[in-house]
Design a protein around this ligand. Structure first.
Ligand SMILES: Nc1ncnc2c1ncn2[C@@H]1O[C@H](COP(=O)(O)OP(=O)(O)OP(=O)(O)O)[C@@H](O)[C@H]1O
Ligand SMILES: [Mg+2]
Length: 457
């Protein structure tokens, strides 16, 4: 990490000195201030990457400092030091924008960890912010800087302003809906973004959902109803899972697109609409056409621009960014501090093949935040299935030392050692749940109990 500029604010000279030494030892540039006012003056003179401040100080205290920074819109991360028993003040500080708090008395290691974590987070955030500003103005919820995502941002920017239909293809969870929303937002169209999931609505209701109906048009049509097409006029209609729309309705939709008018069911007035259609599917469109699920003529009409959303496994470099983003999000939702991802857990994430793409990663991070009681997410907080493929089914190769003429060839010794390793792995993978471990090992729970006792696990 490059040298960072850190401001230490404390009224106790001794404490300032201790912190200064520790932070200088970490290789950072340190300046000192004895209270909030001195700190503000220093911040106004120079740029700091981090402020470490005591809460209780004469003249301006830590809370006063946070308030003053907020008023001046200075966006420097602040870690507050608080005495045991004044946690409420720490909470106030967090509400005022402090990124972390440390309770006195503390170990130097705690300070070092907190400082490293905040600085690392800040670097990622700055890079992310910069790239996002550069690449994807206004679509703040897109995470990902891989070349394939950059190409996607470019394509979205390019096609958004036109009225051309867009056909989005991508496996489940890749972010198709996110793309559709981004297209709408960047289009400058004033109307609504109206999503409709063709798979989620019963076929017989889909037509009235799309086009609306007059009162009494069919049994159950108790009142007049505006369809989604009409609702989206001037905006964008997003036809998700288009291959699940019955072919007869696809034909009708095609006519509407060609003529630019709709009729509510059971009414005989036509209504002119200004439609922009975005359709999506997680199937291969050609296969869907061959199977008769997607009408070729509608496909040609919709597929003016095709957008393929990259698979997560094809852009492993984005996994850490996305993981960090979701950890932050779910920790905040639960009112918790964002846990770190242990390097071993990160490795697993980077090597996993993500059949459920970004949504699967999002779900895993949510689950991990809930399961993780401490500060660090380790492989135990991840589901068993995402362990690297290599150590899934292949047992450890036999040790090289076996070729050594003096090595023990005792079957009993080696089998026991392997058995022990497998049991340990199964227990770990099942979060120490004996029934789960027994299932993984394909032995009875009783047999497992016996062996666990025998090996003292
Ligand atoms: N690049 C990304 N950056 C941040 N979040 C993302 C990204 N891509 C997807 N997500 C998130 O992942 C989840 C799934 O995305 P979305 O619903 O757009 O996927 P989808 O392709 O429509 O999936 P499905 O085919 O299952 O409907 C959402 O919560 C979305 O916000
Ligand atoms: Mg979707």
């Amino acid at each position: 990490m490059s040298v960072k500029r850190i401001l230490v604010v404390d009224n106790e000279a001794k404490m300032r000195r201790i912190l200064e030494l520790a932070l200088k030892n970490m290789g950072h540039h340190v300046e000192l201030a004895a209270d909030g006012e001195e700190a503000l003056a220093a911040i106004e003179r120079g740029v700091f990457d981090l402020v470490l401040t005591d809460l209780r100080m004469p003249r301006m205290d830590g809370i006063g400092l946070l308030n003053a920074l907020g008023e001046r819109k200075v966006e420097v991360p602040v870690i507050v030091l608080t005495a045991y028993g004044t946690i409420e003040t720490a909470v106030t500080a967090m509400k005022l924008g402090a990124v972390d708090y440390i309770i006195r008395p503390f170990e130097m290691e705690t300070i070092e960890l907190a400082v490293s974590r905040v600085l690392a987070m800040q670097t990622v955030q700055r890079e992310n912010q910069f790239l996002r500003d550069e690449l994807s103005k206004g679509w703040d919820e897109f995470i990902g800087v891989s070349p394939s995502m950059q190409a996607l941002y470019g394509l979205i920017r390019q096609v958004a302003p036109s009225r051309s239909s867009v056909f989005i293809v991508g496996e489940t969870g890749t972010g198709k809906e996110l793309v559709a929303r981004a297209l709408h937002r960047a289009s400058g169209r004033k109307g609504l973004f109206v999503p409709i999931n063709c798979a989620a609505i019963p076929a017989e209701l889909l037509e009235s959902e799309l086009f609306g109906h007059a009162k009494g048009a069919f049994t159950g049509a108790l009142s007049e109803r505006i369809g989604k097409c009409e609702l989206s006029s001037g905006g964008t209609i997003f036809l998700d899972e288009i291959t699940e729309m019955p072919p007869a309705l696809q034909a009708k939709l095609l006519r509407v697109l060609q003529e630019g008018v709709i009729e509510r069911l059971g009414a005989n007035a036509s209504i002119a609409v200004d439609l922009r259609v975005i359709a999506a599917t997680n199937r291969d469109p050609q296969e869907a056409i061959d199977a008769g699920r997607l009408r070729r003529d509608l496909y040609f009409r919709l597929n003016v621009v095709r957008v393929d959303v990259p698979l997560l496994r094809d852009r492993p470099g984005d996994v850490p960014l996305l993981a960090g983003h979701f950890l932050n999000h779910y920790a905040r939702e639960l009112g918790r501090r964002t846990p770190r991802l242990a390097a071993s857990a990160m490795r697993q994430l980077e090597h996993y093949d993500w059949p459920g793409n970004v949504r699967e990663l999002e779900n895993l991070m949510e689950r991990a935040v809930v399961l993780c009681r401490g500060e660090e997410i380790s492989p135990e907080h991840l589901p068993a299935g995402i362990a690297p493929v290599a150590d899934k089914n292949t047992p450890e190769p036999l040790p090289e030392s076996l070729s050594d003429p003096g090595a023990s060839l005792s079957l009993k010794t080696h089998v026991e050692s392997l058995e022990r390793q497998l049991i340990e792995a199964a227990l770990k993978r099942s979060d120490n749940n004996k029934a789960g471990a027994a299932r993984l090992l394909e032995v009875s729970e009783r047999a497992l109990w016996y062996k666990v006792k025998r090996y003292g696990l």
